[in-house]
Design a protein around this ligand. Structure first.
Ligand SMILES: *[C@@H]1O[C@H](CO)[C@@H](O)[C@H](O)[C@H]1NC(C)=O
Ligand SMILES: *[C@@H]1O[C@H](CO)[C@@H](O)[C@H](O)[C@H]1NC(C)=O
Ligand SMILES: *[C@@H]1O[C@H](CO)[C@@H](O)[C@H](O)[C@H]1NC(C)=O
Ligand SMILES: *[C@@H]1O[C@H](CO)[C@@H](O)[C@H](O)[C@H]1NC(C)=O
Ligand SMILES: *[C@@H]1O[C@H](CO)[C@@H](O)[C@H](O)[C@H]1NC(C)=O
Ligand SMILES: *[C@@H]1O[C@H](CO)[C@@H](O)[C@H](O)[C@H]1NC(C)=O
Ligand SMILES: [Zn+2]
Length: 813
């Protein structure tokens, strides 16, 4: 799956030098599997996990979404019929199957379902059926027991709401030539298939899906399998289409996709990846006509070719569909054979999109297509393994993107985007290890919380090992230390004594780490280094007081973590820092590009964490950065111009930009306009804009978090935004629900600039005030915000005078 919001150009990537074999991944997978279950005495329907003694083989599902509201209720709905065939493994008189927000049509004896079997097999009568809301089960109690080894079919007929909640089978709307159009689309991952039809909704419980969709004439129905047949049918005098699909592979419920739209598409067909095959890109008619899908179509073939060779397994399906949706919660979703995207992530308009939009598109496509094998063919057993799934896809997405666009040096920017992003979160004591026990993650909110920066990007380390590096035999020993303890080390190299040591790097050094680690926060660190421009061999640092290597260099410098292949920061003695920066001034080319970026980031962060002597140096670096490292900055002229225009203008300019946003037909352009509107320095306009985020007719739900965060990042809007979020938290939380706002991004975005004791107090008050409603998937983000604010306060206290002095000396004031 694609991360929800993408701030930087490269999507989610990892630091890597060389290839890693799939065998290593399998080893990792094995390492990751942990945990068992304790005994408990709660009723089976009050437990969060399915008991596992019923194993589905296939589902037959027919769904009929209505693309017009019901005249009585004014709601958009869908109706459905489903049958699931399952095998019974243990005698039982209880059937538990997931179901959420579905209304059942009563069958025989007023039960919600009926049960059948093959001829000659006796089927117990149903005693009672009910919905267990808390655990989202449809519970079926039987008069007698099911027989082990026997197969049964469970039939149901139901209705659900085709809501605009971005979860399950939902509704997306857009305007084309003044006409409002409805798309019925789906986001089953992670736990929303149960909102579409009754199913055994856990990732390890795979089955084959036979789908049929009933839809209006003039629309097209898509699903994971290829369309087999579309027939015209008449229901209650209404002429409709009925499309049946090729059966899916055996797969998890969360990978199912169903879409009805009047979209157009681009296609290439042929015998191009070893067998007869179709690649199709779907989008709004206008977007396809304007050529916005061309880039995606061009890169998909090469990326699939690359992954087939990389995994040494043919692409498992007969077609690859990718579709751009106007309303979409995540960045993208790897439904098998029908990948869904936010429009900005799939479409590319050569006229108005920036290079960075193009890079985003190719890396996200590569990420999602990587999942067609890793994730879909081989699937996580439970959500505690998300980091393997996402981390690996992130890692190989960079290989796939590099194959499709070999001239872009994709590798060089990974460090800036991903490593530094994880470093920021993983330097807090509120971080978490990659692995967690299977039974510690049960509730939908906990499952959502797994999809964080740590899961997407930290795995980098695990995949970075260069095959050609003398990797010690005990891979497990190395891996365990990286995946089972949170955080990362700072390696200190004292070139005057030759002593190399490691410590747990913490943004607030005096914080108390309360989570114990069996490895005592020691890591096995691959140290690859360079002396006077020549690369030296790698060696492994294991203990805190590590090796004593002859790094004495006289007048010259030492640089460790070449090309940032290791997940750690490096500190040096002051003499070496100075020699490194003087090398910048004489001939910076000697230092690999990636290290130049990392040196600056390390120096800033070590100074923030109050590593001695680095602050003066930090100011010196700031100048160096301006001189040599402006490549950190991604010029995106359009965004900058729009933002300045709104900032310098008044209400008329704001209104004009708003009207441009309404008319924009290119998603990436709309995105730039939307963010520019947050640049105003007029608090009334900003307040109005914040209110718009609660009205989906003005700001799409998928964009609300981005708008609120953008206003918070504007100095003029920071206070307003905090007031707005606190005032509306309860409403957003209960009305919009988990499927709409990304609460974690919201909290971290809105508090990013917090650095005063008053702000800390506000945050504490907020935590106290909303304790009862809870924070759902944002619980961790609240802890992180508290810790980061404390760190910021300390930093300001410590360094305010020095910085002020420096500014005064620079400005002569
Ligand atoms: C592996 O390392 C050795 C010694 O450093 C070098 O000679 C060889 O060319 C390397 N092989 C590859 C494939 O990079
Ligand atoms: C860590 O614990 C010590 C002793 O309990 C305490 O004095 C100190 O304030 C704590 N540090 C932080 C940052 O909470
Ligand atoms: C570092 O990375 C760059 C760019 O990917 C590459 O050209 C260079 O050979 C690498 N340097 C070392 C010492 O591995
Ligand atoms: C907003 O910006 C304009 C133009 O830069 C300036 O004249 C005005 O004083 C600013 N308003 C506020 C409230 O800062
Ligand atoms: C901006 O638009 C709002 C809402 O449509 C309207 O009330 C206001 O008068 C407009 N302001 C200007 C200066 O056009
Ligand atoms: C924001 O709020 C804080 C505390 O409530 C206040 O001290 C500060 O002046 C406000 N800032 C602005 C720009 O209004
Ligand atoms: Zn993914």
């Amino acid at each position: 799956m694609g991360e929800r919001c993408k701030v930087s150009w490269l999507y989610v990537l990892c630091v890597v030098l060389a290839l890693v074999s799939v065998a290593t991944i399998v080893t990792l997978w094995t390492i990751a599997i942990t945990g068992g279950k304790g005994g408990d005495v709660t009723a089976p329907w009050d437990r969060d996990r399915l008991p596992g003694y019923l194993v589905p083989e296939f589902y037959n599902i027919t769904l009929w979404p209505r693309l017009k509201p019901n005249p009585n209720s004014n709601l958009y709905i869908f109706t459905g019929w489903s049958a699931v065939q399952f095998e019974c493994l243990e005698a039982t008189d209880l059937i538990l199957i997931h179901s959420n927000k579905l209304n059942y049509t009563e069958m025989k004896d007023e039960h919600f379902v009926s049960l059948t079997s093959e001829e000659g097999v006796s089927v117990p009568n149903i005693k009672s059926t009910w919905l267990q809301l808390q655990t989202q089960y449809l519970v079926i109690q039987l008069m007698g027991k099911l027989t082990p080894g026997q197969k049964y079919q469970l039939h149901a007929q139901f209705t659900g709401e085709l809501a605009d909640d971005l979860a399950g089978f939902y509704r997306s709307e857009y305007k084309e030539d003044g006409v409002t159009k409805i798309v019925a689309t789906s986001q089953m991952h992670p736990t929303n298939a149960r909102k579409t039809f009754p199913c055994f909704d856990e990732p390890a419980i795979k089955a084959v899906f036979h789908l049929t969709l009933i839809h209006p004439t003039g629309t097209i129905a898509l699903s994971n399998g290829m369309e087999m047949e579309t027939a015209t049918i008449t229901v209650d005098g209404e002429t409709l289409l009925q499309t049946t699909f090729e059966a899916t592979e055996k797969m998890s419920t969360y990978l199912l996709a169903i879409i009805v739209s009047d979209y157009a598409h681009l296609r290439v067909s042929g015998n191009q990846i070893g067998h007869w095959f179709h690649i199709r890109i779907w989008a709004r008619k206008k977007a396809i006509k304007e050529g916005q899908g061309n880039y995606a179509l061009n890169v998909t073939g090469p990326i699939l070719d690359f992954f087939q060779a990389y995994y040494n397994i043919s692409y498992p399906l007969r077609k690859s569909d990718q579709i751009a949706l106007p309303d979409f919660y995540f960045g993208a979703m790897e439904n098998w054979g029908l990948v869904t995207y936010r429009e900005t992530n799939l479409l590319y308009d050569p006229e108005t999109s920036s290079n960075s939009n193009k890079e985003t598109t190719v890396t996200i496509i590569a990420h999602e297509l990587a999942h067609m094998w890793f994730g879909n063919l081989v699937t996580l057993r439970w959500w505690n393994e998300v980091w393997l799934n996402e981390g690996f896809a992130s890692y190989v997405s960079y290989l796939g993107a590099d194959y499709a666009e070999p001239d872009w040096n994709v590798k060089d920017l990974i460090v800036l985007d991903d490593v530094q992003k994880v470093f920021a979160v993983d330097a807090l004591v509120s971080s978490h290890p990659l692995t967690s026990k299977e039974d510690s993650i049960n509730l939908p909110g906990q499952i959502m919380e797994q999809f964080d920066t740590i899961s997407y990007s930290k795995i980098s380390l695990s995949y970075l090992q260069d095959n050609n590096v003398s990797l010690p035999r005990q891979v497990d020993a190395i891996m365990n230390r990286w995946v089972r303890q949170m955080g990362f080390p700072v390696v200190t190299i004292d070139t005057s004594t030759g002593i190399v040591s490691q410590n747990h790097f913490l943004l607030v050094p005096e914080s108390n780490v309360t989570v114990e680690s069996p490895y005592k926060y020691e890591w096995m660190i691959p140290v690859r280094w360079m002396k006077d421009g020549a690369t030296k061999d790698i060696w492994w640092l294991l203990e805190k007081k590590g090796l004593n290597v002859d790094m004495r260099t006289g007048p010259s410098w030492v640089l460790a973590n070449i090309n940032v292949t290791g997940y750690y920061r490096v500190n040096y003695d002051l003499g070496n820092w100075e020699r490194l920066f003087s090398q910048f001034n004489t001939d910076h080319q000697v230092i690999p590009l990636i290290n130049r970026a990392q040196l600056v980031d390390d120096a800033f962060n070590l100074a923030s964490a109050n590593y001695k002597y680095l602050l003066c140096l930090q100011i010196h670096i700031r100048e160096q950065v301006l001189v040599h490292f402006t490549f950190i900055i991604h010029p995106n002229l359009r965004s900058a111009v729009y933002c300045s225009a709104v900032a310098a203008g008044g209400e008329a300019e704001w209104n004009f930009t708003w009207s441009q946003l309404q008319d924009a037909t290119v998603a990436s352009e709309a995105n730039k306009l939307m963010l520019a509107l947050a640049c105003s320095n007029n608090t009334q306009l900003l307040e109005r804009y914040l209110e718009f985020t609660l009205d989906p007719a003005k700001i799409r739900k998928q964009d609300a978090t981005a708008v609120i965060t953008a206003v918070a990042n504007n100095r003029a809007g920071q206070n307003l935004t905090w007031q707005f979020v606190t005032k509306n938290w309860e409403h957003m939380f209960t009305e919009y629900g988990v499927g709409s706002f990304s609460f974690a991004s919201l909290i971290s975005g809105v508090t990013a600039r917090f650095s005063t004791p008053q702000e800390l107090q506000q945050l504490l008050d907020f935590e106290e005030e909303h304790k009862d409603a809870g924070f759902g998937s944002a619980a961790l983000a609240v802890d992180q915000a508290l810790e980061r604010t404390q760190a910021n306060i300390k930093w300001v206290q410590r360094n305010k005078q020095d910085v002020l002095q420096w500014f005064r000396s620079q400005t002569g004031n």
